[in-house]
Design a protein around this ligand. Structure first.
Ligand code: AMP
Ligand code: MN
Ligand code: MN
Ligand code: MN
Length: 277
């Protein structure tokens, strides 16, 4: 049986549709042999997921996807094999929960200005104890029939430059990488092609990321084609970074992204799991 590593996915602890245990069971059913749960800015789902993985016998890697700022832009840093009890990391997740609540209040005010009311109440309820994300706002707009899809909610309201966008101070990229590393984990730059960087800025980013202790880059992500895999693999080789594979699964209704549905890592790339196995 082939090993399938899915090292990036979400649960109801952030913007996923399934509870942590349900994510694990679904991954197992889809043939995943090693799974990392990587919720946005929180480790709250890890204990439940770890327990479910233990029941199935599947290997589980505790993870997180930290929102980080560098050069005026937001980047996502996946931490794999982290220790959620490491005090600076635990403190950071508590702070980020507040950051997200405050941002949600501002987004809701901006929506009010567009005569859309009730957003804060709806997203707070939907997120429950978990992190409030823009995905929750997208779902609210969808439920109100103000948009026809999540994508349209981002394109018309929530994306950068749109009326309900709120610039946010997350954590400094170098700090995010160092917390992950010092807690015993491996820092991976998530979905590198989603930031629309020029070759020059990408080079600067990867230099800073490596200097901070970053060790990996997501070479295979959900919905990427062979050309994109090759482009990121070239960065991995050039910057001597290990390669990760992760679906970024959020929701079973999205038929394009499924747990474990991933192309293999190109043969010339060092697998990131060699760094923590
Ligand atoms: P946040 O971290 O709260 O800003 O929310 C970011 C999340 O929103 C991402 O992790 C995606 O799940 C989702 N997202 C961002 N951009 C889009 C988009 N254009 N379409 C659909 N979902 C998106
Ligand atoms: Mn998300
Ligand atoms: Mn992300
Ligand atoms: Mn993600």
């Amino acid at each position: 049986m082939a090993e399938i590593y899915d090292l990036h996915c979400h649960s109801t602890a952030s913007d996923g549709a399934l509870a942590p245990g349900e994510v694990v069971r679904r991954a197992y059913e889809h043939g995943v042999t090693s799974l990392a749960l990587t919720d946005h800015d929180t480790t709250a789902g890890l204990a439940e997921a770890q327990h479910s993985a233990w029941v199935t016998g599947m290997k589980f890697i505790p993870g997180i996807e930290l929102s980080a700022n560098w050069s005026g832009q937001c980047f996502h840093i996946v931490g794999l094999g982290i220790n959620p009890a490491y005090p600076p990391l635990a403190q950071a997740t508590r702070n980020l929960q507040n950051t997200r609540l405050e941002r949600a209040e501002k987004i809701a005010l901006k929506l009010e200005k567009k005569r859309i009311s009730g957003a804060l109440e709806a997203v707070t309820k939907a997120a429950g104890d978990g992190m409030i994300t823009r995905t929750h706002f997208a779902d609210f707009l969808l439920a109100q029939n103000l948009v026809a899809s999540q994508q349209e909610a981002f394109d018309r309201f929530l994306a950068k430059g749109k009326p309900a966008y709120v610039a946010t101070s997350w954590v400094e990229l170098e700090l995010a990488v160092s917390w992950i590393t010092q807690s015993g984990g491996v820092a991976v730059l998530a979905h590198p092609l989603r930031y629309n960087l020029s070759a020059n800025v990408m080079k600067r980013l990867l230099t800073v990321f490596k200097e901070a202790g970053g060790k990996g880059i997501e070479v295979v992500t959900g919905r990427c084609n062979a050309d994109e895999i090759q482009r990121v693999a070239n960065f991995a080789v050039r910057f001597e970074l290990a390669g990760s594979t992760g679906s970024d699964f959020h929701n079973p209704d999205n038929q394009w992204v499924e747990l474990g549905r991933l192309a293999p890592l190109p043969k010339n790339i060092t697998p990131v799991w060699e760094l923590f196995e």
